[in-house]
Design a binder for this molecule. Sequence first.
Ligand SMILES: [Zn+2]
Length: 251
Amino acid sequence: MSHPLFSSFPSNRCPAWLCPACESVSLAIDASTFRYDMNRYTRMNKHHGWFDPRDYTYIFSCMVQCSRPECREVVAVSGIGFVDDIWELDVHGHPEPEYIELFQARHFYPPLPLFKTNENCPEKVKTRLTDISSLLTAHPSAAANAIRSLLEVLLDDVNVPRVVLTKSERQHFLKLHARIEDYPHLLGTHYDAFMALKHFGNAGSHDGQPIMQSHLDDACEVLEIIIQQLYHKPADISGHIARLDKAFARK
Ligand SMILES: [Zn+2]
């Protein structure tokens, strides 16, 4: 399933986006602000016989608002629109297309959280996740680059050094690849995930394989799992312990 940031949606239905203020799935489109127009190419060519309904391209903007009364955060959204076809059977049982307009966001302000994090996730990590989120839909290769920068911070948090001393006692700055490859004992089960995200991040830095939607979805998924595991919040069992102690511990 694709990440909600990339979801296509009709103008009256908000995807499962997270509110930037309260991180709940509670944003709703303000219908009175939804506006869209055909782009120039569509306007100039839609009268031609060769123009297919699926060639329609729109530009839209709208406001969305958190529906939680105690929050009511607002977000400005803009992006593109297109026409998709759904095949239904007509009265004679023949399939015929029904065309619907769908939209896809490219920009959010303020940026949406990439996923829900818990309170153990450091602010410096959250800030970088927001940077990645703000780039993902509009500039995927820049988002890939931002993922590399986040990996450096995560490696700091599992005590992988950035600098080592050479035999001649000179400081040597490790590249991201070496920070991962040379410290599998510190990365443990996260090693493969770090390496995969590093390879993905390279796509933002070099002219390599183009980044596809499925790659972005996979990168988001792996990132979320790493972050949740690195900064998981241990269950609070202090109340249970206190009650057992009170009942049974020797006075
Ligand atoms: Zn909210």
